[in-house]
Design a protein around this ligand. Sequence first.
Ligand SMILES: [Zn+2]
Length: 427
Amino acid sequence: MANDFILRNAVIAGRGEGTFDIAIRDGMIRDIAPRIASDALSEDAGGRLVVPGFVDSHIHLDKSCILDRCRIEQGTLQEAISQVAAAKRDFTEDDVYARAARTLEKAILQGTTAMRTHVEVDARVGLTSFNAIRKLAADYAWGIDLKLCVFPQEGLINDPGTEEMLVNACEAGADLIGGCPYADSDRSGHIDRIFKLARRFDLDIDFHLDFDLDPSWTDMADVCRQADAHRYGGRVAIGHVTKLSAMPPRDFEDWGRRLADAGIAVTVLPTTDLFLTGRDHDHNVPRGVTHVHRLASHGVTCSLATNNVLNPFTPFGDCSLIRIANLYANVAQLGDASSLCSCLDMVTSGPARLMNVEAYGIKAGHPADLVVLDCREEAAAVAEIVQPLFALKRGRRSFTRAQPTLHRPHQPAAPQCQSRTSSPCER
Ligand SMILES: [Zn+2]
């Protein structure tokens, strides 16, 4: 059968030396070879790097872009939670949709093709955010696969009415359920209830966990025990786990082995962890970013993700996962090529595994979710925060970024509005 499109002359991440042609038909990758003879429409990647779509395993679309209605005075986790709790009483579906769409479009423009968004569900906001984000997921399916993780940000046991709302959201089609045990006085009870709800609706779980720097206790033991008891290995992720950054190496490595044995994946959220932790120090401020790449050596599925965008948890954000990988490499003091490649893995294949994304990666028979980066090597992508030039989502172009042009003074002046010839990466 005829191909729809050939992406030619591409360096493929993880495939070694040389360039390849990628044949696409009906949204799927059909063939990959050094040279594919075909008269289908084609585009020359010019020897640039092609990676599978970026995967953001942890973001909060529903509370993004609310800096104009919140204040940041202490910069602590508690302040962020209470500020958002107050703001979300005024959330409407239209408001959540508009802000979330703004953030989601940024992510698509950065080459993200799959995403897990946490959605707050409780007695204050009800299903308002859930309904808005569900509509968003349907409207933007052309550019990104968006999964909804409903969770109780302000607690479950201490927050009457929240469990009923979570049940409603699960019955209405939530993709998975999250927990936030540190928001409850009975953290163990919170974890227990989330596992029971997950079992009842057969959903994967994603906890916000151990978001502090006190190494004297941890909720990881409870999560590992429950995952074993419910045979939930491979279906549970934990996010932040800043506490691990405060543990001595032996304890850290012990937890790496226990998390691997229990099949618990870990997401580190560098921007929020850097912004909120260590606020009680006035010098030698701990950075609170767990060195998650060290857990990978034990077999833990590891991911770096965005978390919050333009709100009191993180008043920054361009939704670039390459920037997050670079930030992490900088904080974790990683600079060699192999380590930088592992950072790229943690925004591509790692989160894809964490989210149990099927048929992920640049292989024949997989969906044609591809991003062309303006570089030739994986390490350079992270080191230089390289810009994505365009992406294909199921074989269809989802965005194009024009390459910048230098206007050197000694060059013959060109009219400002003259149309330029299209680059190899535009069509
Ligand atoms: Zn989060």
